[in-house]
Design a binder for this molecule. Structure first.
Ligand SMILES: Nc1ncnc2c1ncn2[C@@H]1O[C@H](COP(=O)(O)OP(=O)(O)OP(=O)(O)O)[C@@H](O)[C@H]1O
Length: 592
């Protein structure tokens, strides 16, 4: 065996087959040899994707079994198992047992592989703070973590501190208030609601420590160091799907272990001068707000409630008046209709990093950076007024299993912009065409009543003279919450109320609401049976109803980092890119 810093090579056996194994640079590979020493098939594993190397013959599933045979070692690594299927980004744990000619050689291989791992994969987490929502999705959070994820963390030498939540917002409060020294990241086992708790905790904590206010709508926020990991176990896992490409606990655990890092834009939503919420996927008014408000009344239906409510709200055929002002993003960088996809290693996003943080050198820590627009000139605001079926702002494609290309197929995860989609009032059939196109590969923006803009910020206001009395409604809302508590004491009990638990957490405002569904807005379905349709809708902010209608939103480029790498291009779904100016082989054109 030749050992130097560049290359390690020797014969190894897998079962009774002989291989030539080599560790060189970034790869460990083994090539099968026949009796005449001719090379057959080669398997190559990136060192950065090796999960662990163990002495002996080791199994970890269904439970850990170690047979400490002295000439064997076992390699665990990331295996891409979904190629060519609908599960493009699916990863599993690969395991290969090697037999060496001698014990000495076995020890040398194990040492060299472990050293290579440290050298080529320096940003792996060592200690994680894990929050499990025991009630999320099908209530399998604890089981998913302990049976699928914890054994992988143990194998990779990651120590984790686990908190099983007992109330809504416990994870957010823990991150905001407790000592987090020594943790390299926070992980949630749950759905989008749990992710949102971690998002608010991590952003709030970072701003607190930097002495920055979150309430100034045009303020600068500091990007967060602490990475967020998502183990999908909710009824809606859209953020996981949009950043990993698949909702699978093992795939997400493997991304966390190898220390993948995906920056993510975050939209801060303000009402006047106070922060309402942060969003990473959808801030939507009209149809999407109404569907959420309606679905809250049918929680007992489980995930089916969204389909049911979608049909009901569609039948109501509502539209709403308002004025949307927006600050366009630089059209020279990218456009929502350039037919590219933001995939792993996206060039538009990496070029945006230099633009977002021009003063920091690429090696410096994110903690030294402040998010964009701190001192850039803002550009000119534009304005569109009218009657809309829906108004949506999304910071990512918002793809999900039901809509594989998403709300805005060419949106980017980390370019500091969001896509504003305005769907003007139209007849029910045309609106159905718009909705249906989200489930196919047809262009939903290629319709005369739809416009889409890539933006840095937006403001929404009601028409002059039709200002909505939010204060009065808030009073009604509080009153309603009290009435509801009296009528249903079993469902509205302090912190243990699961039904109301997925509601508003207003980071930093100190204001938490009993129920966010405003009394006068609840009746929007009356359009079906009575003649007076409601004048206003509600905002759906990543699956939560906002307590305000007149809001402003600003996109903060790359404000947080996830343990993910974006959707990997499996060369199947999107075809090949040849000359698109923006993608250069990274953002490939989608199949339209
Ligand atoms: N122990 C708990 N009891 C009640 N609520 C909790 C608890 N832990 C977390 N929550 C809240 O539950 C909400 C929903 O959780 P999560 O997103 O994990 O599941 P989900 O099934 O996808 O939710 P939803 O159906 O609302 O999309 C979150 O907003 C979170 O704040």
């Amino acid at each position: 065996m030749e050992i130097n810093t560049l290359r390690v090579e020797s014969s190894l056996w897998i079962g009774n087959k002989r291989y030539r194994a080599a560790l060189s640079g970034w790869y460990f590979s083994w090539t099968e040899l026949d009796k005449k020493n001719r090379e057959k098939k080669t398997v190559s594993v990136r060192v950065a994707e090796v999960i662990g190397v163990e002495d002996g013959r080791v199994e970890i599933q269904p439970q850990k079994k170690v047979e400490d045979t002295e000439r064997d070692f076992t390699l665990f690594y990331v295996k891409r198992s979904g190629r060519g299927s609908s599960q493009g980004g699916l990863w599993s744990l690969g395991r290969t047992q090697f037999t060496c000619p001698s014990r000495d050689l076995r020890d040398q291989w194990v040492t060299q592989l472990r050293t290579a791992l440290k050298t080529h994969s320096p940003s792996r987490p060592h200690r994680l703070l894990v929050f499990i929502n025991p009630f999320g999705g099908k209530k399998r959070g604890k089981q998913i973590y302990h049976s699928l994820v914890a054994p992988l963390f143990e194998l990779a030498g990651i120590s984790s501190h686990v908190v099983v939540t007992e109330r809504a917002n416990q994870a957010r409060d823990h991150i905001l208030k407790k000592d987090l020294t020594g943790f390299d990241g926070v992980v949630c086992v749950g759905g989008d609601g749990m992710f949102s708790e971690l998002l608010h905790g991590v952003i709030g904590r970072t701003q607190q420590e930097a002495g920055l206010s979150e309430h100034d709508p045009s303020g600068v926020l500091k990007p967060c160091d602490l990475h967020i990991g998502i183990i999908p176990a909710g009824s809606t896992d859209c953020v996981c799907f949009a950043t990993v490409g698949v909702n699978d606990p093992v795939t997400s655990a493997l991304h966390i272990i190898i220390g993948d890092s995906q920056p993510l834009d975050v939209c801060a939503v303000h009402h006047k001068s106070s922060l309402v919420r942060y969003s990473v996927s959808l801030v939507g008014y009209g149809f999407y707000g109404d569907v959420l408000a309606e679905s809250e009344r049918h929680r007992w239906m489980g995930p089916l409630r969204y389909d049911y409510s979608g049909c009901m709200v569609y039948l109501c055929n509502q539209s709403y008046q308002g004025t949307v002002q927006f600050l366009p993003a630089d059209p020279g960088l990218s456009s929502p209709r350039d037919k590219t996809r933001c995939l792993s290693g996206c060039r538009v996003c990496s070029e945006s990093t230099e633009k977002l943080f021009p003063l920091s050198d690429s090696c410096s820590l994110y903690s030294d950076k402040l998010s964009q627009y701190s001192n850039q000139s803002e550009g000119e605001w534009m304005s569109v007024a009218g009657r809309f079926k829906c108004i949506s702002l999304t910071c990512m494609s918002s793809s999900c299993p039901k809509s594989p290309l998403g709300l805005s197929p060419s949106a980017h995860l980390a370019d500091g912009t969001g896509d504003l989609i305005l769907v003007r009032d139209t007849n029910p059939l045309s609106f159905l065409t718009y909705l249906h196109r989200h489930t196919t590969s047809q262009d939903q923006f290629d319709l005369p009543f739809v416009e889409v803009h890539r933006v840095k910020a937006i403001k929404f206001s009601l028409p002059p003279g039709e200002q909505y009395d939010e204060d009065e409604d808030e009073e009604k809302m509080d009153h309603n919450a009290e009435v509801e508590a009296m009528e249903h004491p079993d469902t509205v009990q302090g912190g243990h109320d699961y039904r109301s638990s997925s509601q508003q957490h207003l980071a930093g405002t100190g204001k938490e609401r009993g129920t966010p569904i405003k009394s006068s807005m609840r009746d929007f379905l009356c359009g079906v049976c009575c003649s007076k349709p409601p004048a206003v809708s509600v905002w759906n902010c990543d699956g939560e109803i906002l307590p305000h209608i007149e809001i402003s939103c600003r996109v903060h480029g790359q404000l947080v980092r996830l343990f993910a790498r974006g959707i990997e291009d499996d060369g199947r779904a999107w075809g090949l890119c040849e000359d698109s100016r923006n993608c250069k082989g990274r953002c490939t054109p989608h199949s339209r």
